[in-house]
Design a protein around this ligand. Structure first.
Ligand code: ZN
Ligand code: ZN
Length: 415
């Protein structure tokens, strides 16, 4: 074991596991592209102000979990704790909110939160995210939920959809007052963190992990009883359109989400076995204005944790496709054979075929053992004699069958 180890809460994806990640990323991108989304990339770190504004000052993320540091130029820099704020910053900075709408985007990122490392939670974690800007209509909410649903179905994951509306700033004000009044009457029993939340953002108490606070939260007023006419109508259309689209859902008035900028629709796809969300998102109509300062553009999106997707699929025994295996391993004896083997392998690779040869200077026996270990479909041996006659036996490793072939045909991949 080396003296220096990976920092706590980080993940190594080893070379024999990465095909699982590639499989999920490929399915994610293909689904997003089918829905008209295009990929964006953006910096790992941003000006700290971006997240203070775009995630919310009262959230646990901003208050406790961000990796913030001063760089050598004295700027306050933060490693992104999520993707949405950066995507909004990117679109704003490049003037896209004044252009063609809707903007439909997706991304793969790693993000950073200083959390207590525990099963399934990482300090550096990975997400597939989708953001859509422009539409205020509930049909757009249906569209991204459908995208999320197709993506999970594509992977074979059976998840249950839970939806809620958390209203707009107008109706939420009334709700927050009612919540404050409710929790105020039980203030002495709340945990220390929640006592502070009572003043800043009482909705956050509903997210508290302490069992006592959760117990108190169970009888708290529900946001859905406070929705204004517009929010209520939006929520109703969402439900009827999801039903019309054949997507089943459960209403859960207790989903509030940990970020400040959500409005109206919030949703979670939960793993029925663990009860944990494997994909979550919602609408955030106020966020673009918050970050851009001028544009009033609606937004909505979701993110799904890669680590959780991988572990759910492993647990369920779902397919990640095939791990790549070489079609041919060309073994060699002697210098002439080695040169010919290399030439054939390069020719095969040029034709798009995955082929291997020995670069370790191993004996023939060891080369064949290696070819077997890496799962080569075919093997051939080249020595002086084979090079001189231009012929060798090609062996099918699964059947053991040997066929004499010309080196030219092998080079051309005619097997
Ligand atoms: Zn409202
Ligand atoms: Zn609490």
């Amino acid at each position: 074991m080396p003296e220096i180890k990976a920092p706590r809460g980080t993940l190594d994806v080893l070379s024999d596991q990465s095909y699982k990640w590639q499989y999920i990323e490929k399915k994610a991108a293909a689904t997003a592209i089918k829905f008209g989304c295009r990929e964006v990339r953006f910096p790992t770190f941003e000006d700290t102000n971006l997240f203070q504004r775009g995630v919310g000052d009262t959230t646990d993320i901003v208050q406790k979990e961000m990796y913030t540091f001063e760089d050598k130029g004295g700027r306050s820099i933060t490693l992104r704790p999520e993707g949405t704020a950066s995507v909004v910053r990117q679109c704003s900075e490049h003037g896209l909110f004044g252009g063609l709408m809707p903007l439909k985007l997706f991304y793969f990122i790693s993000a950073f939160r200083y959390e207590k490392p525990q099963a399934g939670r990482f300090r550096e974690f990975h997400q597939f995210g989708v953001e859509v800007f422009g539409p205020s209509d509930p049909n757009a909410d249906v569209e991204i939920i459908t995208l999320a649903d197709s993506f999970l179905k594509e992977l074979g994951i059976k998840a249950q959809l839970y939806i809620n509306s958390i209203g707009c700033p107008v109706c939420r004000k009334k709700y927050q007052d009612a919540l404050k009044e409710y929790f105020e009457s039980r203030k002495d029993d709340l945990c220390e963190t929640c006592k502070g939340r009572l003043e800043r953002n009482p909705m956050r108490i509903l997210d508290c992990k302490s069992p006592v606070c959760q117990g108190i939260g169970e009888n708290a007023p529900l946001i859905t009883d406070f929705l204004c006419e517009e929010c209520e109508a939006h929520y109703n259309v969402l439900q009827s359109e999801l039903t019309a689209g054949g997507i089943s859902f459960t209403k859960d008035p207790r989903i509030v989400r940990g970020l400040d900028y959500y409005t109206k629709t919030v949703f979670e796809f939960k793993d029925p076995v663990t009860g944990l969300a494997i994909l979550a998102g919602g609408r955030y109509d106020g966020l673009v204005h918050e970050i851009d300062g001028k544009a009033n553009v609606c937004g909505l999106g979701f993110a799904s944790g890669m680590e959780r997707l991988v572990s759910t699929m492993e647990r369920e025994g779902l397919s990640f496709g095939e791990e790549p295996k070489p079609k041919a391993f060309i073994a060699c004896i002697g210098e002439k054979g080695a040169a010919a083997a290399r030439k054939i392998v390069y020719s095969l690779r040029e034709k798009g075929i995955y082929a291997e040869f020995d670069i370790m200077g191993r004996s023939l026996k060891a080369q064949m053992k290696y070819a077997d270990k890496i799962g080569a479909q075919y093997t051939a041996v080249l020595g002086d004699n084979e090079v001189d006659t231009g012929k060798t036996n090609l062996k099918n490793m699964s059947t053991g069958e040997q066929t004499e072939m010309s080196l030219c045909d092998i080079s051309d991949g005619k097997f």
